[in-house]
Design a binder for this molecule. Structure first.
Ligand code: ATP
Ligand code: MG
Length: 331
């Protein structure tokens, strides 16, 4: 809103911060983008209920967590309840047949990843969807991230700029062995939680009842409605936080530490199966597995570290966002 915009501009004390606010305002998801996604979701849910009567479809990811761009895809989770264990590939194959008969869907493609997804587009728009089956942790963590996104005014612009920087720097693509957007978001939150004066606390620690991992899935979107805004004593500007973020991860001991947003600290890297032989360890806040497991090649890990170090050096020298992210190239 223009209210948020004015408050952000008022606390931007330097050129770098101004540039970050400007980029955020150009790129952030608009209400009209969300309305389009929501209309498509509800139509899809109606059509899917013709073959799975009790199915429910949830929008997740950056469309819902407050950290979306105009160009972000729409992530969907299909929830099939009941005591029958559904094989996701079978369900997605059935949906693929159904979707081929729907006039508003095109280019469906089944992707057999660890979490299998059906990818498709809405006909005539460039809106892309990724649909999974019963990966309900994605619903829980979407509403956790949403609560973080609105805990402090600086968090949304900070994360959006870092996502754009990582995308531009070619280190934001889990299918190519680099960082997923989700991993990046957790890395930013961890940095903000571990400053001398934290920008945010651990919301799971402070509001356990809002983020109970066993909460009924229908209740999850309602759970975090009761969280008051966090009043941080940290006064750093967006630009100072961005510089600090790059420095923090340039110096980070990847071989010794695990990033935990759940605990708001770096945990020692133990011999636990999920951390063993992994270059980057970022804990999923609800399931304690490693969300950065896609980074499994030494060369990609080195490229990620080099990108942090190089951008850190350049930005400290130039204090101009264009030096690490030519804004013209990405809007
Ligand atoms: P973008 O704007 O780039 O699409 P995004 O916030 O939607 O970013 P993705 O990495 O596409 O991020 O992930 C979409 C959602 O899927 C996340 O918000 C999260 O809910 C869920 N998710 C992704 N990866 C994991 C994972 N390893 N474990 C659990 N949930 C995950
Ligand atoms: Mg997404």
């Amino acid at each position: 809103s223009s209210e948020t915009s004015n408050r952000l501009k008022a606390c931007a004390k330097d050129k770098l911060s101004d540039q970050m606010v400007e980029l955020f305002e150009e790129c952030q998801q608009q209400d009209s983008d969300l309305i389009k996604k929501e209309m498509c979701r509800s139509q899809l849910q109606r059509d899917i209920q013709r073959i799975y009567a009790v199915a429910r479809l949830y929008l997740t990811g950056s469309s819902m967590n407050g950290l979306g761009c105009r160009s972000s895809d729409a992530d969907l989770c299909l929830v099939l309840k009941g005591n029958k264990r559904h094989d996701p590939i079978q369900v997605l194959s059935a949906l693929q047949r159904l979707f081929r008969s729907l006039s508003y869907v095109e280019r469906t493609q089944l992707i057999r990843a660890k979490v299998p997804i059906l990818r498709f587009r809405e006909k005539g728009s460039d809106l892309e969807f990724d649909l999974n089956v019963n990966n309900t942790v994605g619903i829980r963590n979407t509403f956790l991230l949403r609560s973080y996104a609105y805990a402090d005014l600086r968090i949304r612009p900070m994360i959006l700029v870092i996502k754009k920087w990582a995308r531009y720097s070619q280190i934001n693509d889990a299918s190519k062995g680099t960082l997923s957007s989700y991993t990046l978001v957790l890395m930013v939150l961890h940095y903000l939680q571990t400053l001398n004066e934290p920008v945010v606390p651990s919301l799971q620690r402070d509001y356990p009842e809002c983020f109970n991992p066993f909460m009924d899935i229908d209740m999850v979107p309602e759970g975090p409605k009761h969280i008051p805004p966090y009043l941080s004593r940290n006064q750093l500007s967006l630009g100072e936080l961005l510089l600090g973020f790059l420095k923090y991860y340039t110096d980070f001991r990847w071989d010794k530490q695990v990033i935990s947003v759940r605990e708001a600290k770096a945990l020692p890297k133990t011999n636990f199966r999920e951390w063993r032989n992994k270059y980057i360890c970022v804990e999923e806040p609800f399931e304690r597995n490693n969300v950065a497991r896609a980074v499994h090649e030494k060369a990609k890990f080195d490229a990620i570290k080099a990108q942090f170090a190089e951008s850190c050096r350049i930005l400290h020298e130039r204090k101009d966002l264009n030096a690490i992210l030519p804004v013209r190239a990405i809007i």
